[in-house]
Design a protein around this ligand. Structure first.
Ligand SMILES: [Zn+2]
Length: 294
């Protein structure tokens, strides 16, 4: 069972754009942070302390992951979290001057590009991990969604997502499974964009959300399929759900080793399994820091 050293970025990195949710012009900065800092978000447009990106700080939201502290929230953190976790950037302060990060193209690509350009460096202190010891699962009351975490003989995390919205949905049933490493994240997952049904997009606009976002900026599915856009891969939706799971499972605050099998879940159940795992498992913590990590 190999250990790995904690990692941060070599220098600050920046992504600017429009928040999908609020439509605000936003500047997001990734800043290097010391070992054991973890990931935290700081709203520079509010006089408020940084919010640790841990499941304890999540607040209930529809179709997105948000964290809050002292009444100040950061919305839709999941695609930023996926980029950080996918690239194994463990320590980073994420500053932004609006309630939600830039939407980019609805994937984690812009964030991953910025982090890769800044460069990722090891820090000589071991990263904690939680190795799943016993099967843990959570599901929706109606049985339509479930997520299960299982032990695994091999090191690392394998993630499988199955999506099935029924025979009348414009989104075909699909599933995919990946061994989650920085390489597989960059090759197979990072580019997968978020998606909504046309009716859901209209409902969000009616609530005042997403007014500056069009069908060119993410995947909107009408009855005949994707509107004004093209899929990058046939199973892009399932891959995006894997991306969301990577971001949400990172709310654990340490590496996760095992097999996670998700069936139609969203952010609420993803966070719930993180809570269950935290309660039922002791975190593996190496006793001594290493000085010269590879
Ligand atoms: Zn997403």
């Amino acid at each position: 069972m190999q250990h790995r050293a904690q990692r941060t970025i070599a220098r600050p990195a920046e992504v600017c754009g429009i928040g999908f949710l609020t439509g605000a012009d936003v500047r997001l900065r990734f800043l290097p942070a010391e070992p054991n800092h973890g990931i935290a978000f700081l709203r520079t447009d509010c006089a408020a302390p940084a919010i640790p990106a841990l499941v304890e700080y999540t607040v209930p939201r529809q179709r997105r992951t948000a964290i809050a502290r002292h009444g100040v929230a950061v919305e839709m953190i999941e695609h930023v979290m996926a980029a950080l976790a996918g690239l194994q950037v463990d320590n980073c302060l994420v500053e932004l001057n609006a309630p939600d990060p830039p939407g980019g193209d609805g994937s984690s690509q812009a964030f991953a590009d910025a982090l890769c350009t800044a460069g990722v460096v090891t820090q000589g202190v071991l990263r904690k991990r939680l190795a799943i010891q016993c099967e843990t699962s959570v599901g929706s009351d109606d049985g339509a969604q479930a997520i299960r975490a299982m032990p695994r003989a091999a090191a690392g995390l394998a993630l499988e997502y199955t999506l099935d919205y029924g025979p009348n949905s414009p989104i075909a049933p699909q599933s995919c499974r990946f061994e989650i490493t920085p390489e597989s994240f960059l090759n197979d997952i990072v580019f997968a964009r978020t998606f909504v049904l046309e009716a859901e997009a209209e409902a969000l606009r009616a609530q005042g959300y997403g007014r500056r976002t069009t069908a060119r900026d993410l995947l909107i599915f009408g009855p005949q399929g994707v509107i004004d856009n093209q899929l990058r891969v046939a199973d892009e939706c399932a891959r995006h759900k894997v991306l969301d799971c990577i971001g949400d499972l990172a709310l654990l605050g340490c590496d996760l080793w095992g097999v996670v099998d998700a069936w139609r879940t969203g952010h609420r159940l993803n966070a719930e399994i993180v809570r269950r795992l935290k309660r039922s498992h002791a975190e593996y913590c190496p006793a001594d820091p290493i000085q010269h990590a590879a």
